[in-house]
Design a protein. Structure first.
Length: 555
């Protein structure tokens, strides 16, 4: 009789090998032009829906809000008032598959119907094997059969309510349910209401760095998979320092067990666990794309400063492990950032890579005053696909109004923003904050075309509190050689010559206004006190707005 651990490990190895063997074939299967997809533009990547670039102005529901259609139906007025065009909503494995092999898409169909009624798009979150590390959304038949569906174990052998990615039975079951849902969407979502799919939710290990169960121990003693070795070799010059450091410290070996290639430190063990989480997710992504090839992503719970692996959800797609995930899960389109810390910009820059467009599917509570400024900065500076604060259905009226003001302006500007992304003619500005919330009030400078911009975040004529400065931000978009749009709130922008010619720079015309159906509608002319007699563009705090400036040069 085959040894059960060896048999299950070999079965998982065969499944993972099959996934990588079909990688090239699957990559060649281009989706139909109208299916939501990711498409490059210039130096960035955009989400394309119905053949047109789309900017996600989103909000993520509380975990349970979509599990009951009557409850969800009552939330739409609040969601619309917040200015969203997209709702990010969970789909629970235990609801989709109440018993093994029997699928129920009542909740999914109800969500789609409600979203269409209210003119919204959806991003679906698959709460499958893991949600915030834990395995609380798996069906009863999985929970009640621990002999078949293995749990992770601590070093002391204590089982955790976290299923192990080394289990082929879990992979097959999760894959089957997700595939069934995607096939259902392919057959029923002709309006392309669903524009993206999140696979699992904040994958990670707790309370230790990795699984120490028998399946995991067998994998730890096995050779490092060759696809990972090949990735390390191909990307040796650009690998993240921690992964490169572990590999090179052990001779940059091209074969060997995990301990031989990376050592047995806690950091090396996190790399090991991350590979197998990623390889499991790769199988899910391949299955999802085979059923309905809409863009997919994974999200990540970030770690606090000074925490060691196991003290945060270890081995998820964290910035120091992105290379492991890119190697292990090439079918995952985007690694998205969940951000609950004040140092938003510091984290966001770590997720913007040539192989990873920026998407923020879950940000700190929607009622925070800096939510709108963060959205403007991420979209304007890093060409973000979209932004989505969490708990959107719990937002209070004050927070809703702040976010709605920001989203209202971003919605107006979407055609201009999407045309400018990846073209080098748009910048975002926001005062950065540290993890401890200390705001850097210094003006920021940028060169755009023939002009040097200086952007400050405080009112030059009145004291401005740090709390207000943290919520100020915006973007500048170049329309032509001497013409710019400035949008946001609480920012002051000055223009100076950047060519070295020594020319003075003045305002030929400065006006506030709005875009209506893509056409600029001019409001007040602001060449007087509102611009300090042509010295700067000033967007007052208290609401997001747009000004359009035409510059001229003089000597």
């Amino acid at each position: 009789m085959p040894h059960p651990v060896r048999h299950r490990r070999h079965r998982l190895a065969r499944l993972l090998a099959a996934a990588f063997a079909t990688c090239a074939i699957a990559a060649q299967a281009a989706p139909a032009a109208t299916i939501p997809q990711l498409r490059p533009q210039g130096t960035t990547t955009q989400l394309v829906v119905d053949g047109k670039p789309f900017l996600v102005l989103g909000g993520e529901l509380h975990n349970s809000s979509a599990s009951n259609l009557d409850y969800l139906d009552k939330q739409w007025p609040r969601l619309k008032a917040a200015g969203l065009n997209t709702v990010i909503a969970p789909v629970e494995w235990d609801q989709v598959e109440p018993s093994q092999g029997r699928y129920d898409f009542t909740v999914v169909d109800g969500m789609l119907k409600q979203a269409r009624t209210h003119g919204m798009k959806l991003v679906l979150l698959w709460f499958g094997a893991w949600k915030n590390s834990m395995s609380t959304y798996v069906p009863d038949y999985v929970k009640l059969d621990p002999a078949r569906f293995s749990h992770t174990r601590t070093r002391a052998g204590v089982p955790q309510e976290i299923l192990t990615p080394f289990d082929a039975d879990l992979l097959a079951a999760d894959q089957a349910a997700l595939s069934a849902m995607l096939r259902h969407l392919a057959a029923t979502d002709r309006e392309h209401t669903v524009v993206m799919l999140q696979i699992e939710n904040e994958i990670g290990m707790l309370p230790e760095v990795r699984d120490y169960g028998p399946l995991a121990e067998a994998a730890w003693k096995s050779p490092v998979p060759q696809p990972f070795i090949a990735y390390l070799q191909a990307h040796a010059s650009t690998l993240q320092p921690n992964v490169r450091g572990l590999w090179e410290a052990h001779g940059a070996r091209t074969a060997g067990t995990w301990a031989e290639v990376f050592g047995d430190s806690v950091e090396a063990q996190e790399v090991f666990q991350a590979w197998y989480f990623a390889a499991f997710t790769e199988q899910l992504a391949r299955a999802a794309k085979a059923a309905y090839p809409i863009p997919n992503y994974v999200n990540v719970a970030l770690s606090r400063p000074g925490r060691k692996p196991g003290e945060y959800p270890s081995a998820g797609p964290l910035p120091h492990l992105v290379d492991v995930w890119k190697a292990g899960a090439p079918a995952v389109d985007v690694i998205g950032m969940d951000i609950y810390f004040d140092n938003f910009q510091e984290w966001a820059r770590k997720f913007k890579r040539p192989d990873n467009p920026l998407f923020i599917p879950e940000a700190n509570n929607a009622g925070r005053p800096d939510a709108g400024a963060n959205a403007f900065w991420a979209i304007g500076e890093l060409d973000a696909i979209g932004y989505s604060p969490f708990a959107i259905d719990g937002i209070d009226d004050a927070g809703r109004d702040t976010l709605a003001s920001a989203y209202g302006v971003l919605r107006q500007l979407s055609p201009q923003i999407l045309a400018a992304q990846g073209q080098g003619r748009m910048r975002g500005f926001k005062a950065p904050a540290s993890y401890d919330g200390i705001v850097d009030r210094k003006p920021q400078e940028a060169t755009m075309g023939r002009y040097k911009l200086s952007v400050s975040f405080a009112n030059p004529f009145a004291p401005t509190r740090d709390a207000d400065v943290a919520a100020h931000g915006g973007l500048v978009l170049q329309l032509g050689e001497d013409e710019y749009l400035v949008a946001g709130h609480g920012i002051v922008v000055t223009f100076a010559d950047a060519t070295g010619a020594g020319d003075g720079v003045g305002f030929l015309r400065l006006a506030e206004g709005t875009f209506e159906n893509g056409v600029w509608k001019e409001g007040r002319l602001l060449n007087g006190d509102e611009s300090h007699q042509g010295r700067h563009v000033r967007l007052e705090g208290g609401g997001f707005s747009i000004q359009r400036v035409k510059l001229y040069r003089y000597r």
